[in-house]
Design a protein around this ligand. Structure first.
Ligand code: ZN
Length: 893
């Protein structure tokens, strides 16, 4: 997490580097020198953990190479490339005998993780013979710097140790997969930034960039979606190796505690196998005891972090029956030490009172990088020690979890999930299938007619049978979430979730998925074939003619549109009902001036069926390539990164706009549309304050930027604002729009990340072309709108008037937004502002609402006439994208 703390006490060169506690590693280094095994210092020139020093990823990798060359206890494994193209390698550390038999032990782990075909006695015997494969890493939040230094020390300790019974037991019983870091790109970037600033006034300045190319700190929110290359590398490797434990290091300990360790706080998902939850607590307690035993006080449990959102990259694996967790060690900033007197503690902590879950309160004093590194190494050693002692039980329990999942869904619903091919957006349904397969979930496809819920499904239908080992993950992703109301009284403020409360993937992606409520019989099972590899649906051009029509409903049509323009072709939008391969619709995309064979290839790549016709529909409005600008602040904005990534995926070639680019003005000459991603309004205006970062990164768009944006819209440009960036524009441009949620306390309205149903009052408007009547939006602490006198424009979407909008997650006081607008088109001069009061592209998951901004990119090209006075939303018909049939109902909250 980004934190604001008081500025520096100590700078480089003014503090002696003396760690209060000699770590086990340091003892090993001085008492067990090994002639062959290089110390980190001999390669890096510093000890990882030294004040003001950080090893970058390239140096760390060099050290691991030298370590691997020196010993038969370690092997390196290539796990892929990073987003910025680095080679990514991890270390496998164990006894030489175990490393010589890696395939055998991987195979044993695989059999136990799968469970099928084994009797309990056979599983017990395999568990007895097996080794615990354990994942430990150096963290994925690159400004939380100690983790990646720790992994170097941990590797050295395990590889160099001689005659240490604890290490010997670990090497004999555990196969450690040590990931030096989960974000190599970020480690290089952050270390370069710190090295450039150390010893200056900006030594502890925040990094003015996302340390993962697109998603920065949200690189741990991509666990089930696997949008980023790094997430894919991690998930693929975990599924191949089946670690029984997955442990990731972070650095956001709640002050003044020194390390947060599981158990987590409530709530927890009911889809986690109880044995995994139990072991998670065992690991946590053992870690805290280990730290106390080694003179490292201040571990705390059960504060702050809950186990609700399954998308944490260091937690998703628990739904695959791997004990997955993280710890949060204290951090000042980078490798700069800091002194904390007790009188800086919060008042209630100054008494240093022992608590059940904080038994050895930290008494204050210096906190250095080496302290954090030692605590982390202690945590890692405790996990390895526990794994060594209980490896047989851990492996057997993992088998039990798989066995229980298979048995459970033979007896209870959902027996399966059906993903029909009759979808508004078939390529997105296929993407959902692909996401499941990346997650190790088995998907079948019907080769004959398949029956479920009293319906017939044709060949090609996808089916997820739930009697499989990792099925809880499918349930976790597909069912509506019912976040428990943990308030003490009905008038208490809500208990804040750590992340979002609802994420139901079919709802977010606009894909129909039906739970199957009766057991799947033998005949229907025989109609299914397991998909070994993902295959996208076929596409191509049908019919005769040299003009081509494709539906506006699939998101992929926008990628195709951009590819056709890039090939020199022409594009238009039909504004009246037009026949496409997917039925009749308003807004169909018309393509011409492209060679049929070329278009056929592009259509196949995008899984789109394109219809050839003799002539363009008469009401076709031609459009040019959308010229899109995307604002990028120096204060790193994760939402900007996600937007940039999505626009790249759909080939929009958006131009990044920095403060100076906006302030320079004349924006209408260069852009049709400018996007302001979700942001605190003050951040857009003012950015980093003077003195907090080097001068070139200070400030936001400022008054001149506001003037330039105003001129842009007045001159006919389209300004699109996501979520809270809407408030900035309402305020700065003086739009006659009010946020009805302004100033409400959490107990008066609360919605931190849940899925809400909205209704589209005017389906004929080009700005909503391709959307369903009732899309589902991700709402996360955003605004809801009323319009004021003088408003000219339209309501694009509004929350239902007569019922709660909640579809999945937790919404307190739904009546506050009933009938209120969630998306507005505001006329302003010759241009328009689109206020989207939700997260239309949240974490690359809410595919079902991308068209709210894709469409808006073209509105300045004469697609629709300016709207009139506000129209109240009409009752919209159903037909949106969510669960069809089945027992799934919106939660009653
Ligand atoms: Zn973190």
């Amino acid at each position: 997490m980004l934190k604001t703390r008081k500025l520096v006490v100590t700078f480089a060169g003014t503090a002696l580097s003396v760690c209060a506690l000699a770590s086990a590693a340091q003892v090993a280094e001085t008492t067990n020198p090994s002639s062959n095994v290089p110390t980190p210092q001999s390669v890096l020139g510093h000890k990882p953990g030294d004040d003001f020093y950080l090893a970058n990823y390239d140096e760390s990798r060099e050290y691991f190479h030298k370590l691997a060359a020196s010993s038969n206890r370690i092997k390196l494994l290539n796990v892929g490339k990073t987003t910025r193209g680095l080679d990514w390698q991890i270390a496998i550390i164990s006894s030489p005998e175990n490393l010589a038999n890696l395939d055998k032990y991987k195979n044993t782990s695989r059999k136990l993780a799968d469970g099928r075909g084994l009797s309990d006695a056979e599983a017990r015997e395999l568990a007895r013979q097996g080794k615990a494969i354990v994942h430990i890493d150096g963290g994925l939040h690159s400004t939380e710097v100690a983790g990646a230094q720790q992994s170097i020390n941990l590797a050295y300790k395990l590889v160099s140790s001689q005659g240490d019974p604890e290490v010997d037991a670990i090497l004999n019983n555990v196969i450690l997969m040590l990931w030096p870091t989960l974000n190599p790109d970020g480690q290089n970037e952050v270390v370069a930034w710190y090295r450039g600033n150390v010893g200056t006034n900006y030594e502890v300045s925040p990094l003015p960039d996302l340390y993962q190319e697109y998603v920065g700190h949200a690189n741990n929110r991509d666990g089930y979606m696997n949008n980023m290359i790094e997430s894919q590398d991690v998930t693929r490797t975990e599924i191949e190796w089946d670690p029984v434990i997955f442990y990731c290091h972070h650095q956001t300990a709640p002050f003044p505690t020194r390390i947060f360790i599981p158990p987590f706080v409530e709530p927890i998902s009911s889809n986690i196998h109880p044995l995994m939850a139990r072991w998670l607590s065992v690991m946590g307690t053992n870690m805290a005891a280990y730290l106390d035993e080694h003179g490292m006080p201040g571990a705390v449990h059960r504060v702050g972090f809950d186990n609700w959102y399954p998308g944490f990259l260091d937690f998703t694996h628990i739904f695959r029956n791997s004990i997955s967790f993280f710890t949060e060690t204290a951090l000042y900033r980078y490798a700069t030490p800091r002194f904390y007197p007790v009188d800086e503690f919060p008042k209630e902590q100054r008494g240093l009172r022992s608590e059940v879950f904080y038994s050895s309160p930290w008494k204050g004093g210096w906190w250095r990088l080496c302290d954090a590194v030692n605590y982390m190494e202690g945590g890692s050693m405790a996990v390895l020690d526990t794994a060594a002692k209980y490896h047989e039980e851990l492996l057997y329990n993992r088998y039990q979890a798989a066995r229980d999942n298979v048995e459970r869904f033979k007896k209870e619903e959902p027996f399966a999930y059906v993903i029909s091919r009759e979808q508004r957006d078939l390529p997105e349904a296929a993407t959902l299938v692909q996401k499941l397969m990346i997650n190790g979930i088995e998907v079948h496809q019907a080769t004959k007619t398949f029956h479920a819920n009293g319906r017939e499904y044709p060949p090609g239908t996808w089916v997820v049978l739930m009697d499989q080992p990792f099925s809880p993950l499918a349930k976790e992703l597909f069912e509506p979430q019912r976040y428990p109301d943990l308030r003490e009284t009905p008038n208490s403020p809500p208990k804040l979730p750590y992340d979002v409360t609802g994420w139901t993937l079919p709802m977010q992606m606009g894909v129909l998925v039906a739970p199957v409520l009766q057991p799947v019989g033998a005949t229907d099972r025989a109609a299914l074939e397991r998909l070994e590899n993902f295959a996208a649906p076929a596409g191509g051009v049908n019919g005769a003619g040299s003009v081509y029509v494709v539906s506006h409903k699939p998101n992929a049509s926008f990628k195709l549109l951009n590819e056709v323009l890039a090939s020199g072709g022409h594009v238009g939008f039909a504004t009246s009902e037009t026949e496409t391969a997917d039925g009749s619709e308003s807004g169909a995309i018309v393509l011409s001036g492209i060679e049929r064979g070329k278009l056929d290839g592009l259509s196949k790549e995008n899984s789109l069926t394109v219809k050839a016709v003799a002539a363009a529909p008469k009401d076709t409005v031609n459009v040019k390539k959308a010229r899109v600008g995307l604002y990028r602040a120096w204060v790193p904005a994760i939402d900007e990164g996600w937007t940039r990534w999505i626009l790249e995926q759909f080939k929009f070639d958006a131009v990044t706009l920095r403060n100076g680019d906006i302030q320079a003005g004349n924006l209408r000459d260069k852009f049709d549309a400018i996007v302001l991603p979700d942001s605190n309004p003050d951040t857009i205006l003012n950015g980093f304050g003077p003195g907090s970062v080097p001068g070139e990164y200070v400030g936001g768009i400022g008054e001149f930027g506001v003037m330039a944006l105003r001129e842009f819209v007045l001159a006919g440009g389209t300004l699109i604002t996501f979520n809270n960036a809407s408030l900035f524009v309402i305020d700065q441009l003086g739009l006659p729009v009010k946020n009805v949620l302004a100033g409400l306390k959490d107990e008066e309205f609360f919605c931190s990340g849940c899925l809400l149903r909205v209704e589209v009052p005017d389906m004929a408007h080009s700005a909503v072309a391709g959307l369903p009547h009732d899309p589902i939006v991700m709402f996360e602490r955003g605004p809801a709108f009323d319009v004021k006198e003088g408003f000219h424009g339209r309501v694009l979407a509004a929350y239902p008037k007569d019922e709660s909008a909640l579809m999945s997650g937790y919404l307190l006081h739904p009546e506050r937004i009933q009938g209120k607008a969630s998306a507005l088109e505001v006329q302003y001069g010759k241009g328009r502002v689109y206020l989207l009061g939700f997260r239309p592209q949240w974490r690359g998951q809410s595919h079902g609402t991308y068209k709210f901004f894709f469409n808006a990119f073209y509105e300045s090209q004469g697609l629709s006439k300016p709207g009139g006075a506000i129209q109240p939303p009409k009752g919209a018909e159903p037909g949106g994208a969510h669960q069809e049939g089945g027992s799934a109902k919106p939660p009653a909250q």
